[in-house]
Write a protein that binds this ligand. Structure first.
Ligand SMILES: Cc1cc2nc3c(=O)[nH]c(=O)nc-3n(C[C@H](O)[C@H](O)[C@H](O)COP(=O)(O)O)c2cc1C
Length: 184
């Protein structure tokens, strides 16, 4: 039972959080596969059949990305547009995503207190990610609680990032893979 983690970061080399997260997940390759879109498709030409087979070979999916303009970096949107095809993801015979779980792992520049009705951004991360939730409804996937790390623009310490990487593995094992036989 394995989780496919789709990592979408346009500058993973200079990343602190997403790079560290991906490295930590790679230590658990028996439980999860880390698939980086920007390094796999530097020219933006996505191999749709390969991506669909990859999803079919896994049970659940996590999209990992830094929040960019209250959305994902653009290659993830392109990936969704191209990979979630008619009669595969939706339509009368399109059932390949049905009953899979979808998790999101998002790093944010802003502080947690910036978000929500009393913050500068009057929306929660749950509200900001509604398009992903609607995609789950449409394709029959189950949307999971979101894993977040806030405050990337406020000098997160190395220790805080280390802890977030440990917490992220726990999130995948205990939330995404809950009910499945897995231990780390
Ligand atoms: C183009 C761009 C857009 C961004 N938009 C947002 C945003 O809308 N909200 C936010 O909280 N942070 C935003 N940020 C900050 C990133 O989310 C933050 O730098 C990232 O999560 C840090 O992760 P990393 O160390 O893996 O790069 C943006 C950064 C860039 C470069």
């Amino acid at each position: 039972m394995k989780t496919l983690v789709i990592v979408t970061h346009p500058n993973i080399e200079t990343s602190r959080i997403n790079k560290r997260w991906a490295a930590e997940l790679r230590k658990h390759s028996e439980l999860m596969t880390v698939h980086e879109l920007y390094s796999t498709y530097p020219d933006g030409k996505i191999d749709v059949e390969r991506e669909q087979k990859l999803i079919e070979a896994h049970d659940n999916i996590v999209f990992q990305f830094p929040l960019y303009w209250y959305s994902s970096p653009p290659l993830l949107k392109q990936w969704l547009d191209e990979v979630f095809t008619y009669s595969w993801a939706y339509g009368s015979t399109g059932d390949k995503l049905r009953n899979r779980k979808l998790g999101l792992a998002i790093s944010l520049g802003g502080k947690e207190s910036d978000f929500g009705k009393d913050g500068d951004i009057p929306f929660t991360i749950n509200e900001i990610t509604i398009p992903f939730q609607a995609t789950c409804s449409y394709t029959g996937m189950n949307f999971l609680p979101i894993f977040t790390v806030y405050g990337a623009e406020y000098h997160l310490t190395d220790e805080q990032i280390e802890q977030s990487a440990i917490d992220y593995v726990k999130y995948i094992v205990e939330i995404v893979q809950s009910g499945e036989k897995a231990t780390v």
